[in-house]
Design a protein around this ligand. Structure first.
Ligand SMILES: [Zn+2]
Length: 329
């Protein structure tokens, strides 16, 4: 069975309980989109995105939902680096055309191509900014952000994407959903990052892939270490949903795993928000920095302005959760 087919199978099985299968859970996708807006420079770009924050957050996980209906969607979210030879994170071409020449399109469609799809979506967003089409800008911004975020999930860079090859099945949702959901109240959700122009977007997304991939030994290793200290009953729980049995990690195990990984997941979530802001900003600059104010009525209302100031303040002071301003919660 090809990994692609297996992934589709996993997605379908999980679709019964959640449509979040296969990437950062809804919580982190929505949160990273929200934080990225705060990192944009003041002016019509930020005001436009802030005016449409609700749309961006609602649609942050949309690309995953699409996987349930569209079989071509899956490989846009990951890259099985092992399939592309040793040290692929460093030896694969940075651009799609060269990658196709080296590996064939079929191979890329089978084993995933998230870093190339990010570049494709970046061009789509740039084009949408040029056209000044509100709906297109929002559509591509939401999806581009999603793929950039996926590139930060270590398990999206491996064939062993759910720990299924090492008797660690369920690792995917443990890392990207269960732990963040338990721990987000303790996360540092502030960042001093300001959206930065990416001179080389291909290099930037590949740097993210390399960093995520380098985290894998710990993602697998810490689970193994902890497993030795837990009985199977302490480690797993079985839930019945819609008449089907599902095994998942216990809260106790997830908390121990979170502690063992220290702040890795938090850092990856913030790094993804930072790079989403950079990609949005770069697309806008490459479109010629269009004035977007006509797309949101000329200027923000006094109320909206105040609301944004308050959110930025909470963001910079890491009090979004405390101030009940984290929208995904
Ligand atoms: Zn995804």
């Amino acid at each position: 069975m090809s990994p692609l087919f297996k992934r589709a199978g996993v997605a379908l099985a999980l679709a019964a309980i959640t449509i979040a299968a296969g990437s950062w859970g809804f919580l982190i996708h929505k949160t990273a989109h929200q934080l990225a807006v705060y990192e944009l420079p003041s002016g019509s770009l930020r005001d436009f995105f802030y005016s449409n924050n609700a749309y961006l957050q609602y649609n942050a996980p949309r690309a995953d939902v699409r996987r349930n209906e569209d079989s071509t969607e899956g490989p846009k979210h990951f890259i099985d680096l092992e399939a592309f030879g040793p040290d692929a994170a460093y030896t694969m071409p940075l651009h799609w055309n060269e990658a196709v020449a080296k590996y064939s399109k079929d191979t890329l469609l089978e084993y995933g191509y998230v870093p190339y799809h990010v570049q494709y979506m970046k061009d789509k967003l740039t084009e949408a900014f040029k056209q000044g089409n509100k709906d297109s800008i929002l559509f591509y911004a939401a999806d581009l952000g999603h793929y950039v975020e996926d590139a930060h999930v270590p398990l999206h860079t491996s064939m062993n994407y759910d720990g299924q090859l090492t008797n660690q099945k369920g690792l995917h949702s443990l890392w990207e959903s269960m732990v963040p959901e338990l721990e987000i109240g303790n996360y540092n959700l502030s960042s001093t990052h300001k959206a930065t122009y990416l001179k080389d977007p291909a290099k930037a997304i590949w740097a993210a892939i390399r960093k995520a991939n380098a985290l894998l030994p710990d993602v697998f290793g810490k689970e193994k270490e902890l497993s030795a200290r837990f009985t199977p009953e302490q480690k797993y729980r079985t839930q019945v949903r819609k008449g089907k049995e599902y095994q998942s990690y216990t809260t106790e195990f997830a908390k121990a795993y979170a502690a063992a990984l220290k702040n890795t997941i938090n850092e990856q979530a913030i790094s993804s928000a930072n790079l989403v802001a950079d990609f949005w900003y770069t697309s806008w600059v490459d479109a010629g920095k269009p004035d977007l104010s006509s797309l949101y009525g000329g200027s923000l209302t006094a109320d909206k302005k105040q609301e944004l100031e308050k959110a930025l303040h909470s963001f910079h002071n890491n009090t979004l959760v405390k101030d009940s301003l984290l929208k995904a919660r």
